[in-house]
Design a binder for this molecule. Structure first.
Ligand SMILES: Nc1ncnc2c1ncn2[C@@H]1O[C@H](COP(=O)(O)OP(=O)(O)O)[C@@H](O)[C@H]1O
Ligand SMILES: [Mg+2]
Length: 295
């Protein structure tokens, strides 16, 4: 049985309004990647990597980004603030580079409400997408690499896990970005597969020996409830999901049902993934007393 009745839940979602709104002032440059995002200067003085409703992947990736980032935030994982960015028709018309490039033609990026991920670091210098392996254990929040595994398994991220690294005074800090392919991308369903959602450099998971190493994130996730999840979805523009509140409602409900499944998934998969968790401790074989006596 659903925890929250459909009518109640849909009503709560449908009445929400965008929670943070900024205006895009200027396009800075195109970013790499399949969603064809753009770095933009916005009215709050910050820079955002903006993904447009008519991106070539799926309109729902804007929901995935917003909801995924907020859920990760609620788990205490390092993300960058997200915003709903209003892009005007005038800015689109005046910026020849604000286009979506498809194999045979180009179309202007859509005007209206888009997703923005606050730029990590300084836009004039490139934030690092990778670090040499010897630097990874010294990342100031390196324990969160494992926390992101809990998150990615929960939300069924079918992409590799992407991080950015920002150099602080003494060390790098990691931030998790790109939640576009959480919830099985535009499909919004969940097929669990052991190998999805890991970072390109598996050495970040080397310290994992047992399910205990996924704390405190696993317990935090188990402590969530439907309200935590609905709260994270609060303010998503309804046009990002074609005003289909039932589809969004079903997604949130599935997320709530899956929370307590992740521990079991990790217990099952951990020992079967030696390339990812080479030090996972195998359960000790206990020989029954009767057999020991006859040996
Ligand atoms: N908040 C951010 N700060 C800095 N760079 C970012 C941020 N978000 C995305 N990027 C960069 O923009 C590019 C595209 O972003 P990403 O979220 O990976 O989208 P895609 O779905 O296209 O892969 C990547 O190069 C990524 O490193
Ligand atoms: Mg990406």
């Amino acid at each position: 049985m659903p925890t929250v009745p459909f009518e109640t839940r849909d009503a709560r979602i449908a009445f929400n309004r965008p929670s943070s709104n900024v205006r895009a002032l200027k396009q800075i440059r195109r970013m790499r990647g399949g969603s064809q995002s753009h770095l933009m200067k916005c009215s709050d003085g910050n820079y955002y990597v903006v993904k447009f409703q008519n991106n070539p992947q799926h309109k729902r990736i804007l929901v995935n980004e917003f909801l995924g980032t907020r859920l990760a935030e609620k788990m205490g994982l390092p993300t960058t603030p997200c915003a709903i960015v209003r892009v005007s028709e005038t800015l689109i018309a005046q910026t020849s580079n604000l286009v979506v490039e498809l194999p045979r033609y180009r179309v202007p990026c859509s005007a209206g409400l888009q997703f923005g991920s606050r730029y990590v670091g300084n836009p004039s210098s490139k934030t690092l997408q990778t670090l040499p392996r010897y630097e990874l254990p010294h990342v100031s929040n390196s324990s969160a690499f494992v926390g992101m595994v809990v998150f990615d398994k929960w939300v069924c991220n079918i992409d590799g896990r992407q991080f950015l690294f920002e150099l602080g005074h003494k060390a790098y800090t990691m931030v998790a970005i790109d939640q576009g392919f959480c919830f099985y991308g535009g499909e919004w369903n969940f097929h669990d597969a052991p190998m999805w959602g890991f970072c390109w450099d598996k050495s970040v998971y080397r310290g994992v020996k047992s399910i205990e190493d996924f704390e405190p994130w696993l317990s935090r996730l188990e402590g969530f409830n439907m309200d935590t999840i609905v709260e994270a979805a609060d303010g998503i523009p309804t046009e990002w999901y074609d005003h289909d509140a039932s589809a969004l409602g079903r997604l949130l409900e599935q997320l709530n049902r899956r929370r307590k499944k992740i521990r079991q998934l990790l217990v099952e998969w951990g020992p079967k993934l030696p390339l990812i968790f080479p030090h996972w401790e195998m359960p000790k074989l206990t020989v029954p007393v009767s057999l020991r006596q006859t040996a």
